[in-house]
Design a protein around this ligand. Structure first.
Ligand SMILES: [Zn+2]
Length: 410
């Protein structure tokens, strides 16, 4: 094979066209992709089809994986199949716009005002996805030789159960991945840590009885009350187990749902047989799933001891998504630290992701290093008048280009 001179990153960076990137982002925002279960057509399908067409037109190898009816993952790649594979990851779903009347700009209008693009998904995360697509296209158009594969993934259902990321991990392309940049809105900080989450659904069982004769039954609501009193102790214990991080809030345990009776009609004079609560448990890196489970078990046991005759047990809804962390010495991190300098002329800023992302699934299932870095203010997702700064959007595309060229150096 004829030797191809290595393409300098600066030559590829100059190919990032702000106008093209802005228009692609606006096009993606204008295709609503709020997933509304039970409403046919209210899925990611239309935006996924747009992404697929765009990537095919650029000449990428494209794979479309139907994860669920009308819910396709779109994957595209360029480069050499033997060698490391780097994923630029985005999701195509967005959360609801809520009440459109509360918006200053139409939620799916993609208005461009004073250097900002407004709309649902502008930050979370059609801008990150567009930046990934434009970055990969710039590399492909430049003819730069890669020492591996650059993969762009537009996945479904990040805002739901992350079935898109889970599905990707079962495919040949997913299993071939060596590292991933998760393009979620983190104001272009390099986030090496993400908090984890366990949704613990606690079920207390007792015995139905008349409210005037509580001694004839066992009240599961009292057991649930005992459990809620254990929450501060559980939180303290998890804080002891988890590592402290300058970029992440310490673990929290927050009750989010309380329900009794769980079945049947609520009646003022009836002690129900079952009561349920959900604890939203957020974690920082450190303990494994078993260690976390043991602490929740202890809280349930104490609640049970407090109400003789009641049983209190729990299960994790959607499994465990533990906190993730990668070391600064990882080749991906080194490639990105250099990449940020090459792309922006500035030293990188480091940060942490307050919640979990598709990257959590990739890290836990495939064991690959992930770094979360993308355009948009960290706090803006899911808000009214969501927006992204064009300046940050352009920087993100450049950071992806430089980082990918560094990581996939031939
Ligand atoms: Zn997101």
């Amino acid at each position: 094979m004829a030797a191809v001179a290595a393409v300098r990153p600066s030559a590829v960076l100059s190919r990032i066209d702000e106008g093209e990137l802005v228009e692609l982002t606006r096009d993606l925002i204008r295709i609503p992709s709020v997933v509304r279960p039970g409403e046919p057509g209210a899925t990611e399908a239309a935006v996924a089809a747009y992404v697929e067409r765009w990537l095919r037109r650029e000449g990428f190898e494209v794979e479309v994986h139907e994860v669920a009816p009308g819910r396709p993952n779109v994957l595209a790649w360029v480069g050499e199949a033997n060698g490391p594979a780097l994923l630029l990851e985005g999701h195509t779903d967005v959360v609801t716009e809520g009440n459109a009347a509360e918006w200053r700009y139409a939620p799916f209008g993609a208005d461009l005002v004073e250097g900002r693009i407004y709309g649902r998904g502008s930050a979370d995360m059609k801008s990150g996805l567009a930046a990934a697509m434009i970055a990969a296209a710039a590399i492909k158009r430049s003819g730069a030789r890669l020492g591996g594969r650059l993969v762009v993934g537009a996945l479904v259902d990040e805002e739901g159960d992350m079935i898109g990321a889970k599905h990707l991990c079962t495919t040949a392309l997913g299993r071939a991945l060596s590292a991933a940049i998760v393009c979620e809105p983190e104001q272009n900080e390099l986030c090496l840590e993400q908090r984890g989450v366990v949704w613990a659904r606690v079920t207390a069982r007792g015995r139905m009885a008349h409210g005037a004769m509580p001694e004839a039954g066992v009240n599961p609501i009292s057991a649930l009350g005992a459990l809620l009193r254990e929450v501060p102790a559980l939180e303290r214990q998890l804080r002891r187990l988890c590592r402290r991080s300058p970029h992440l809030r310490p673990p929290t345990v927050t009750p989010t749902i309380v329900q009794a009776p769980v079945q049947g009609v609520p009646q003022s004079n009836v002690i129900p047989s079952v009561a349920q609560a959900t604890l939203d448990v957020r974690l920082t890196p450190g303990p494994d799933g078993d260690a976390v489970a043991k602490e929740i078990d202890v809280a349930c046991q104490r609640a049970m001891d407090a109400v003789p005759g009641a049983t209190v047990e729990w299960q994790a809804i959607n499994g465990f998504r533990l906190a993730t962390r990668v070391e600064r010495s990882e080749p991906l991190v080194r490639a990105m630290v250099r990449g940020v300098r090459q792309a922006t002329g500035r030293a990188p800023r480091f940060g942490g992701v307050p919640g979990s992302t598709d990257g959590t699934i990739l890290r836990m299932t495939l064991g690959i290093p992930i770094v979360t870095c993308g355009p948009g203010n960290r706090l803006i997702p899911h808000q009214v008048d969501e927006h992204v700064e064009v300046r940050e959007l352009v920087d993100a595309a450049k950071i992806y280009v430089a980082s990918a060229l560094n990581f996939l150096k031939p």
